[in-house]
Design a protein around this ligand. Structure first.
Ligand code: B4P
Length: 188
């Protein structure tokens, strides 16, 4: 199968993690979720986990320097050599630049950035149904505000670069996956 380097962009609860797993299975490249990696570090009580636990608990973003180390190490693994579905990274303009640099150093570049769009009412409904530690109503509000301020500008940025593809994330998981494969022009 062809190499494929994709970023999934969307608000908390838009289904990035869900779609990353589904696409990874279809495209034969790993789903790389920075949120999952951080939650695993917290669960394992590693030095990284101890550093990020409080930040995540209040809905803030982990600092860009820490995230660079996390992502650089993960993208350096052999299973990511032929591509990846990045879920939850980049989330800031600084992270966009870091990712570009990491890929350029490996002679690689992104193929597409898929924005999964879901209304705020549906985001809140899903998060409250999921009941993860950072999904309480107050923390969720904080995470949405951080998303609007820090991550939403990435939509215009990737749009200007001609990499942005937009899909309606309010439909069923299967329909969203099919729509993403459609905008990526992938037949599997
Ligand atoms: P993430 O793990 O990325 O959390 P998320 O945005 O809530 O998840 P996602 O959009 O993937 O939703 P999901 O598929 O689970 O980040 C958590 C925290 O980690 C951040 O707040 C931050 O502190 C830190 N962090 C992570 N990356 C960082 C970075 N790069 N820089 C700094 N900090 C970082 O779906 C949500 C729910 O909806 C699920 O229950 C699912 O079953 C349901 N669902 C999904 N699709 C559906 C559909 N089509 N229909 C109905 N329900 C659906």
């Amino acid at each position: 199968m062809a190499e494929m380097r994709i970023v999934l962009l969307g608000a908390p609860g838009s289904g990035k993690g869900t779609q990353a797993e589904r696409l990874a299975g279809r495209l034969g490249v790993p789903a790389i979720s920075t949120g999952e990696m951080l939650r695993a570090a917290v669960a394992g009580d590693t030095p990284l986990g101890q550093r990020v636990e409080q930040i995540m608990a209040v809905g803030d973003l982990v600092d860009d320097t820490t995230m660079t180390a996390v992502v650089e190490e993960r993208l350096g693994k052999s299973d990511a050599r032929r591509g990846f579905i990045l879920d939850g990274y980049p989330r800031t303009i600084a992270q966009v630049q870091t990712l570009d640099e990491l890929l350029a150093a490996a002679g690689q570049s992104l193929d597409a950035v898929v924005r999964i769009e879901v209304s705020e009412t549906e985001l809140v409904r899903r998060a409250l149904a999921r009941r993860r530690a950072d999904d309480g109503e107050e923390v969720l509000k904080a995470r949405l505000a951080v998303y609007r301020e820090k991550t939403e500008p990435l939509i215009a940025h990737y749009g200007d670069r001609g990499l942005l593809r937009e899909v309606d994330g309010s439909r069923s998981m299967e329909e969203v996956t099919d729509e993403i494969l459609g905008v990526l022009a992938v037949r599997v």
